[in-house]
Write a new protein. Structure first.
Length: 97
């Protein structure tokens, strides 16, 4: 596989800046009391949750957000793998800087 670094550089420079994924703001309670502890490997006990602080739609929104982040991570890992598998090729002509 050959990678045109000039094209890659131009494409990356032309890309719009911005966040790739907006953080979830609508379900702060779910993020703070369920998702973050689970991410740290901590137990989340049902008896400690305030079920009036969130609704089932917040959980579905969290599920969609996690799926989107995993999709982005998957594509970035695939791109990284392609770069790692690419064999470097020298230019056939001299280039002066």
């Amino acid at each position: 596989m050959k990678i045109d670094l000039n094209w890659l550089t131009e494409s990356l420079n032309a890309a719009k800046e911005g966040k790739s994924l907006a953080p979830l703001e609508s379900c702060d309670y779910v993020m703070e009391h369920i998702y973050q502890p689970l991410l740290r490997g901590e137990q989340v006990l049902f008896s400690e949750l305030d079920f009036d602080a969130f609704c089932t739609e917040d959980l579905w929104e969290l599920d969609r957000w996690i799926e989107e982040t995993e999709n982005i991570r998957y594509h970035l890992c695939r791109l990284n793998l392609k770069f790692c598998e690419a064999a470097p090729v020298s230019l056939s002509k001299r280039a002066y800087c």
